[in-house]
Structures are given as structure tokens and as C-alpha cells.
Design a protein around this ligand. Sequence first.
Ligand code: NAI
Ligand code: 2YC
Ligand code: MG
Length: 259
Amino acid sequence: MALLTPDDLININKQLQEADSAVRRVTGLDIKGICKALYGTSQSSEKVGIVPVTSGNGIIGNFSASLHAITQYFGFDSFVTDSPDVSGYYEAVRNGAEIILMADDHTFLAHNLNNGKIANNQPCTGMIYAEIASRHQKADSKDVLVIGLGKVGFPGAAHFVHKGFRVYGYDADETLLKRTVSNLGIIPFDFETPKKFSIIFEATPCANTVPEAVLSENCVLSTPGIPCAISEELQKKYNVQLVTEPLGIGTASMLYSVL
Ligand code: NAI
Ligand code: 2YC
Ligand code: MG
């Protein structure tokens, strides 16, 4: 189970600003603009209640505080409840929360109490990172490489297919790869006969999953995966446009999907 650590979330504002600059460089839009394009929604300063949850592995240091900073960064009025769990949920609603943000070890949700819409972080993360990559202004073809076809990667691959891209996919789990090939009609990628891509999406919990053989000059690597999918050396060698951030981009996608 890939859980965030407090270290992943250090200085989340700086990480978010750097990611926003990368998104603007790649697509010409900022993260907010990507969210509006993806969901066709816009804010009306909804109040967001962030509820810490103690179940399973328990509260993750910096997680609620990071969500507070992230929601403020995107212009929402937000607060973290003093109590966790059920008492925290009650406190959030009593204090006027219109959208609830909370996560246990398996599900991170956003629930809009006004319109009933609910979002899950995993598909929302896959979709927004795929949307960002799909808008790479220097892309030289509609071919994309997707590495990692799990709870985040599969929705990401599906989004590329929906947008008319030719998706080459790989996952270390052969059964999962076969299932995704038949469900989405993607092409199983064979690293023995590599090809270069200008658009790469990665969603695995492993480092160095993207080999040099698939990198092209100025390619975009859009990856929610933690740790990072390529070394700094390779990133510099090919001037890879890296879009990665531990929590905020996926959270923005969740929030805009429930407006
Ligand atoms: P998952 O476990 O559902 O999927 C990961 C997939 O990667 C699995 O199918 C696994 O077989 C595959 N995989 C593992 N090692 C591989 C390798 N070396 N090469 C190719 N495939 C490999 O996990 P999930 O929920 O999809 O999350 C993926 C990653 O994204 C995790 O690191 C998670 O922490 C991160 N994440 C990041 C978010 C963000 O906002 N940055 C939000 C949600 C998840
Ligand atoms: O502090 C708390 O309230 C904890 N219950 C939060 C647990 C979050 C667990 N999920 C994760 O670490 C990852 C994140 C990338 C978002 C989705 N899963
Ligand atoms: Mg993110």
C-alpha cells in the first residue's frame, strides 16, 4: 500500500508552485486551467472541511496541513477540524463545510454536500496527469507510453484512449497488462523493441521505471508516481519536462470534479 510520508510533503507550497510552472511550460495552462478544461466547472468559493482520520496506519504528519495549504493555493476557503474521524466530520458540517476532504489508508475522497457529487483521488489523479501530458505543446505524435496500470494508471490510460491517443502500456503485473490490453485496446509495450516517445505517463511506486531508450528530447514525463520514475541525470540529458507533485495536483482534480 503506497502511503505518503511526512517527508514527501515538506514545503508543499514550493512543490506546488514548481509543478504549476512545469504545467504552464508544457501546456500553456496552469493547474486551475487544466481542471476547468477537464471538468468544465469553476469555483464559487466553496468552503472545504478537512477531516483527519486515525484508522489503519493513522494520521500522516503534514497530510491535513498540506491539504489546508493546497486548498488555499487553489482559492478555496478551508479549515482543518480539531477532532478526527466521526467527531471531526460532525465538526466540519457544523462549521459550514460544503465539501469534505478526508482519507483513510485506502480511499481519499472529496464529497460535495450541496450537490452530492463524490470523487476518489486515484482516478482523479490518473485523469489530470494524463490530461496535462495530452496537452504537451511540443508533442510530435499521438503516441503515448503509460507505465503502471493500477488504480491511478488505468484511469490515466483510459483518459488517453478517450482523447484519441495511441496508448502503449506496460505493467510489471502481466495479468493486469493483459486485462488492460483487452479492456482498453491499448498496445502492450515491449521494452526489447523500444521506441522514442514525446509523451510518457508513469504511475508506479518504484523508481527508475522509465528507461533511457524511450526518452526523446524535450519529452514530457507526467508522473504522480512516488518515488520519481527517472534519475535527475536522465532528466537533464534529454531536457525532460517533468510534471510531478505528491498530493496537490490530484487534490485539485478531485475538488473541480465535484463542483
Ligand atoms: P497501484 O498499486 O494500484 O498500481 C501501481 C502499479 O504499478 C501496479 O499495477 C504494479 O504492478 C505496477 N508496477 C510496480 N512496479 C512496477 C515497475 N517496476 N514497472 C512497471 N509497473 C510496475 O498503485 P496506485 O494507487 O495506482 O498508485 C501508484 C503510485 O502513485 C503510488 O506510488 C502512489 O503513492 C502514487 N500516488 C500519487 C498521487 C499524487 O498525487 N502524486 C496520488 C495517488 C497515488
Ligand atoms: O492523516 C490522515 O488523515 C491519514 N488518514 C491520511 C492517509 C492518506 C493515505 N493515502 C495516501 O497516502 C495516498 C495519497 C497519495 C493520496 C492517496 N493515497
Ligand atoms: Mg499530485
